[in-house]
Design a protein around this ligand. Structure first.
Ligand SMILES: Nc1ncnc2c1ncn2[C@@H]1O[C@H](COP(=O)(O)OP(=O)(O)O)[C@@H](O)[C@H]1O
Ligand SMILES: [Mg+2]
Length: 225
C-alpha cells in the first residue's frame, strides 16, 4: 500500500503581495495511514500553509503531493473538492462554525455538500458525535452561546461527520484552558485509536507529546521528522 501522504519537494510561494513570500521551501515528507503526527515550529515557519496544502485548500507552486499514491495535481477541481468533503476533516481556527445556525446543523454542514448523502443516517451520526464530544445538551444552541472549548468540540464533531480518513487540526487547543485542552486531546487520541490519521499543528510540547511523531519546521523547511 502506498503511504497516505507523500510530499516531494513541495514549494509554496505567495506572490499576491508586492513582496513574494516563500512559505514552503522544498518539503519532503511521508505520513503513513494511521499515524498521529504533531507539527511544530515558530510562528510564520509555514505550518498552516502546509496544512492548507494537505487539505487541498491551496495548490503548491511546485513539487508533488501524492495522496494514497495518487498525484493530487492530476485530479480535477471537482475530484479535489470531493476528496476534501468525504475524506478529510478540518479542525481549523479559520473554519469557524456558522453563526445563527444551531450546533446540530453546523455539524451536519459537510453533508449539505453531498447530494447523495443519506440524511437520516447523517443526522443519527451527528447526534452520536455530539454525544462523544459531550454537547448533547447544546444541540439547538447557536455557536455564540457556547464557550471556546465547546465551540472547538463542536468543530471536531463537524470534522468527523463524514468519517474522514485524514483529520487536519491546526492548533486545535489554541485558546483553550488546560482542562478543555486535555479533553480535546483525549478525543483526538481516541480517534487515532479508531484508525483515523491525524496531523496536528501545535506550539505546545505537552500537546505534541500526545502524538506519536513530531515534525519540526523552520523557515519553510522540515528540520527534523
Ligand atoms: N495568504 C497569504 N499571502 C501572503 N503571505 C502569506 C499568506 N499566508 C501566509 N503567508 C506568509 O507565509 C509564511 C508562513 O505562514 P503560515 O503558514 O501561516 O505560518 P505558521 O502557521 O507556521 O505560523 C508567513 O511569512 C506568512 O506571513
Ligand atoms: Mg499557523
Amino acid at each position: 500500500m502506498p503511504p497516505l501522504i507523500r510530499l516531494e519537494h513541495l514549494v509554496k510561494e505567495y506572490s499576491d503581495s508586492e513582496q513574494p513570500v516563500l512559505a514552503l521551501d522544498g518539503v519532503d515528507l511521508t505520513i503513513e495511514a494511521g499515524d498521529f503526527v504533531a507539527i511544530m515550529g515558530p510562528s510564520g515557519c509555514g505550518k498552516s500553509t502546509l496544512m492548507h496544502l494537505l487539505g487541498f485548500l491551496l495548490s503548491p507552486s511546485s513539487g508533488k503531493y501524492f495522496l494514497e499514491g495518487k498525484d493530487a495535481s492530476s485530479l480535477t477541481d471537482d475530484e479535489r473538492a470531493d476528496i476534501r468533503n468525504r475524506r478529510i476533516g478540518f479542525v481549523f481556527q479559520s473554519f469557524n462554525l456558522l453563526p445563527r445556525t444551531s450546533v446540530l446543523d453546523n455539524v451536519l454542514l459537510p453533508v449539505e455538500y453531498m447530494p447523495d448523502a443519506d440524511r437520516a443516517a447523517a443526522r443519527k451520526r451527528a447526534l452520536e458525535l455530539l454525544k462523544l464530544v459531550k454537547l448533547s445538551h447544546r444541540l439547538n444552541a447557536n455557536p455564540n452561546q457556547l464557550s471556546g472549548g465547546e465551540q472547538q468540540r463542536a468543530a471536531i464533531a463537524r470534522a468527523l461527520i463524514n468519517r474522514p480518513a485524514l483529520i487536519l487540526a491546526d492548533e486545535p487547543t489554541g485558546n483553550l484552558d488546560s482542562k478543555t485542552s486535555d479533553e480535546v486531546m483525549d478525543l483526538l487520541s481516541e480517534l487515532h485509536h479508531e484508525g483515523h490519521t491525524i496531523v496536528m499543528v501545535t506550539h505546545e510540547e505537552e500537546i505534541a507529546a500526545r502524538a506519536h511523531r513530531t515534525i519540526r519546521m523552520k523557515d519553510g523547511r522540515i528540520v527534523s521528522s
